[in-house]
Design a protein around this ligand. Structure first.
Ligand code: ARG
Length: 458
């Protein structure tokens, strides 16, 4: 059994189950590259401040480079006895370079070390996720562009409301992802602060240069209170909440894709490579990917709640509770990255079925509002126009036809403001084209929105 970095004070080894219970190396080994990066910056600063000799600094660089290589080759032996990623690497360093390895931890604690590792990990993850969001956005733009004129019913309460274009509907998701990316960018600012120097909780008596370490690691600045630096994980909670919102948006989309793919709607098809069959029903093609995106949203929401709950009763400063931040955080990043990657690909495998969309839009009195607006423009107050059209809809419903199918004479029975130019506004195209302002569903506005979006993405 390897002796632990802190075992001197103890008269007996920890029980086997306790060792397993408290160890984090099984998952925090993922932080190794960031741990090494942080150690190099720390040691460099110790050397520059005259706390560490030039030879020790050289040995530490050499040893950490060897360890990095061992890890990437899969040769590194992780030991549960050594508890976590930090102690595993430090012990190996000492085995490789002797006393210089034992000097690395001068003026540092695992408390500020792990907070630094997590922030470096999260910063890199955010940058990767931003790139994946961008890819997904481009996929939405391509599909929206193809469907800038494709008419579909817009819904409220899942009842046909007014015609929109499929492109317009897709651009709604583009906007959500745009805000999601903004939120991640903003969160990144608070992630990107250096905890090192806080040591265990109170700072350190060595003449350290925190600004130098911050600069070397690409942080925007240092955490300004040592207790806060080692104990808070609000940046991780904030990230998890950004992730939960992204998944919530994608879950809404997934719900729509599932409905639209159902033969009852028949609005779209999804390429076979994103669907699966049934082991009993030979005819089935199921939208597994959107269903799983919807399902995994529950798990991401769970991670957010886990992190909030983890923090809520902790007294300052560091407590071991914080070790529990890693698995939810890692799983959030992994799930989100996989979801965004698959989503971007799946959007390229979606094909609209314009006839079915159009037929649905033509069925639900989708242009009733247009008829009311038509009479308002001829001087009738909106509330009265609303009433007139409601009566006309009731009449059409009993006849089993759409408003545009009623003869002019019958329409005039409801208001003599109605003249034969009314059929221009009762058509789906007339309705769409009349909503011709920024944010409206007129096809030329949808194209303009796509143009602005492409410019934004560069
Ligand atoms: N594995 C620990 C964590 O993830 C590292 C910090 C441990 N610090 C301590 N004093 N036990 O938070």
């Amino acid at each position: 059994v390897e002796s632990k970095a802190w075992s001197g004070r103890f008269s007996e080894p920890v029980a086997e189950l306790v060792k397993r219970y408290t160890a984090s190396v099984g998952f925090d080994h993922r932080l190794a590259a960031y741990d090494i990066q942080g150690s190099l910056a720390h040691a460099h600063m110790l050397q520059a401040a005259g706390i560490l000799g030039a030879e020790d600094w050289a040995a530490i660089q050499r040893g950490l480079a060897m360890i990095e290589q061992e890890i990437s080759d899969g040769r590194f032996k992780w030991s549960l006895d050594l508890e976590d990623v930090h102690l595993n690497i430090e012990k190996r360093l000492t085995d490789l370079i002797g006393d210089a390895g034992k000097r690395l931890h001068t003026g540092r604690s695992r408390n500020d070390q792990v907070a630094t590792d997590i922030r470096l990990y999260l910063r890199a993850s955010i940058d990767g996720l931003l790139e994946l969001i961008r890819h997904a956005q481009l996929a939405f733009l391509d599909l929206a562009e193809k469907n800038a004129d494709t008419i579909m019913p817009g819904f409220t309460h899942l009842q046909v409301a007014q015609p929109v274009t499929f492109g317009h509907h897709l651009m709604a998701y583009f906007e959500m992802l745009k805000r999601d990316a903004d939120r991640l960018q903003d969160c990144r600012k608070r992630v990107n602060r250096l905890p090192l120097g806080a040591a265990a909780l109170a700072g350190t008596s060595y003449p350290i240069d925190r600004e130098m370490v911050a600069k070397e690691l690409g942080f925007d600045g240092v955490c300004e209170n040592s207790l806060d630096a080692v104990s808070d994980r609000d940046f991780a909670i904030e990230f998890a909440s950004c992730a939960a919102l992204i998944m919530t948006h994608l879950s809404r989309l997934s719900e729509e894709l599932i409905l639209w793919m159902s033969p009852r709607f028949g609005f779209i098809s999804i390429a076979d490579r994103f669907c699966t069959g049934s082991s009993i029903m030979p005819q089935k093609k199921n939208p597994d990917v959107p269903e799983l995106i919807r399902g995994k949203t529950g798990r991401i929401n769970g991670h957010l709640v886990a992190l909030l709950t983890l923090m809520k009763s902790q007294p300052l400063a560091y407590n071991k509770d914080n070790q529990e931040d890693k698995e939810p955080l890692f799983d959030t990043v992994d799930t989100l990255a996989n979801t965004l990657t698959i989503l971007a690909d799946m959007m390229t495998g979606i094909t609209a079925k314009p006839e079915a969309m159009r037929a649905a839009a033509a069925q639900g009195f989708a242009t009733a509002t247009d008829l009311a607006d038509y009479m308002v423009k001829k001087g009738l107050p909106f509330r009265d126009a609303h009433e007139v059209v409601a009566l006309a809809v009731r009449h059409a419903e009993t006849k089993g036809c759409d408003l545009s199918d009623l003869p002019l004479a019958e329409l005039r029975g409801f208001s003599d403001l109605i003249e034969d130019d009314v059929f221009g506004v009762l058509t789906l195209e007339g309705s769409l084209n009349s909503r011709n302002h920024i944010g409206g569903t007129a096809p030329n506005q949808v194209r303009a929105a796509i143009g602005r979006a492409r410019k934004l993405l560069g």
